[in-house]
Design a protein around this ligand. Sequence first.
Ligand SMILES: [Zn+2]
Ligand SMILES: [Zn+2]
Length: 277
Amino acid sequence: MALHFTSLNSGSNGNCYYIANDTEAVLIDTGISCRETEKRMHALSLSMQKVKAIFISHEHSDHIKGLQVIAAKYNLPVFITQNTYKNSGLTLVPTALQWLKANETVQVGNLHITAFPKQHDAKDPHSFVISCNGITVGVFTDIGIACPHVIQHFCRCHAAFLESNYDEDMLENGRYPFYLKNRIRGGLGHLSNKQALEIFTTHRPPFMSHLLLAHLSKDNNDPQLVQQLFENQSLQTKIIVASRYEATEVFTIEETTPVVRRKIKTAPVAVQMGLFD
Ligand SMILES: [Zn+2]
Ligand SMILES: [Zn+2]
């Protein structure tokens, strides 16, 4: 079974990421309106009927703006930590709430979703990895630093949404007040292009086929600059800059499990032969 994914929107004006296999889908964050989510999915021939659950990374409004309406309209379970919910200011139907816990895998059909803690100035922020039949997609945005958790999960992803929020010189020389500059780059804010590139070049696995640069700042970054920066080091990985104005196309990674299974089957035989030689 293949894994399909797209960014419906990415940036401080709203984040919503769609990840699916052939039969079910999940949304990671719902930071654009329900109507806009539906419109963008329809344009990509994706159906909300296939979406079986919503996962929320943290309570900042660019990640939850559309949540109340979407969850109610489609009667969807919302996986969210208790602390994030408490600080979200939202009121969801109690039956919709599913308490999310770090490092516990949630199964939605054949999709396996695991949340893990990240460094960001929210109450209880988490990133996600979504796996199905040996394929893993990661969603890593709103991260102040590349903590060991991020690296541990990034290096097992076939595709990753990775924050590349700001160019360090543009932020330094830009119009933001000093306190805001320090909030962004202070370790609990966002990842710079340089930090994201360092994660990619140092920790990408050889099988990473897609890298989607996400949550780019409108004022302190330039999509073309990011595209170029990462393409220069891309090797076999396709580089996509997720937009803050429109959805990306839907990308697909075909299942790799049959190859892996064959390898696993032959391994014990080889080991046994080695033992008795
Ligand atoms: Zn954000
Ligand atoms: Zn945030």
